[in-house]
Design a protein around this ligand. Structure first.
Ligand code: AIR
Length: 192
């Protein structure tokens, strides 16, 4: 829901990117949040170029109703850590592939936080997983969202199962469907 200035009225997820060059990756996460009907907003602030903006956003996020921050940055990415240092909200990092080290630098910056200031990092350019993880966090207190997550997982599993036919297409002897047990994403059938 947008107000007259085009900003989201009640965002529960705050996505922050370090540069406009990160927005392409950010949209992959945004697509997931939109699919789940979760309100989100996207900001641009750099821990190095506009540090006060990043800090102020993090410090004010809880008061504005934000429940999870997703911080995305490449190269020597301080953004997730700096934001985590200024809020008690969960901060999920998305290291962005950029520069000579292609995201490995950003991944290590996000993952190797000093004890006491936690940042959870997904993989390089893992905006989709960051959004899904944020939805999972919200779903712990929202039964409707949890049900949506289950349906989403079932849909994904069904799509993955359709790939089984590819063994036959590749002229390989296919394992029978019965060998995979029940088609239930969350139940594991005991070995017979
Ligand atoms: N960055 C921006 N300020 C601090 C950092 N680490 C990151 C951005 C982007 C990369 O540097 O998040 O991934 C390159 O930014 P730009 O603006 O030069 O494209």
């Amino acid at each position: 829901m947008l107000d007259e200035r085009g900003t989201v009225k009640m965002p529960v997820i705050g996505i922050m990117v370090g540069s406009p060059s990160d927005l392409g990756v950010a949209s992959k996460g945004a697509e997931i949040l939109a699919e789940f009907g979760v309100e989100y907003e996207v900001g641009i602030a750099s821990a190095h170029r506009t540090p006060a903006d990043a800090v102020n956003y993090a410090a004010g996020a809880h008061g504005r109703g934000v429940k999870v921050i997703i911080a995305m940055a490449g190269m020597s990415a301080a953004l997730p850590g700096v934001m985590a240092a200024h809020t008690t909200l969960p901060v999920i990092a998305v290291p962005i592939a950029s520069g000579a080290l292609n995201g490995v630098d950003a991944l290590l910056s996000a993952a190797q936080m000093p004890p006491g200031v936690p940042v959870g990092s997904v993989g390089i350019d893992g905006a989709k997983n960051a959004a899904l993880l944020a939805v999972r966090i919200l779903a712990t207190g929202d039964e409707k969202l949890r049900a949506k997550l289950e349906t989403w997982s079932e849909k994904t599993a069904d799509a993955a199962r359709k790939n089984r036919q590819k063994t036959a297409e590749a002229n390989l002897p296919a394992a029978p469907d019965s060998a995979y047990g029940k088609n239930d994403r969350f139940s594991v059938t005991p070995r017979g």
